[in-house]
Unconditional design. Sequence first.
Length: 157
Amino acid sequence: MSTKKKSWSEKLKDRKGLPKVEKITGKMSKRWGTGTVVIPAPIEVDEIMRNIPRGRLVTINEIRNALARRHNASIGCPITTGIFAWVAANAAEEEKRQGREDITPYWRTLKSGGVMNDKYPGGARGQKRLLEGEGHTVIRKGTKYVVADYEKFLATT
């Protein structure tokens, strides 16, 4: 039996029975209240990230809100949305290495507060370089890199 590791692109396209909307229960309700949470499919997160135009930005929280609206849920799952953004970023870099030019512009997706994502390919410094190349000003706040006035550049999701 072959245990060949899946490529990032394969992981991105693997729906694993997602999306699904579940009732918020137990420990989750202490943090997120009542209602429902959507656990998105990886490709849905990529699709939102892919549609952020040059010069614009999005945060993981904005993506979560868009997913919640799309699925009529109270919230989008913060854990899976963040993981799937990371998968989308790595799939984009994988495609770039294969010569594809029209990749998901993952560097336009920030953490809350406009913070760069250390887990993206190239780390926060790589994301900083790509965003500065698109005209954004990146500043250092403590140990983190942040897009200055990022709120002015948020895209509609």
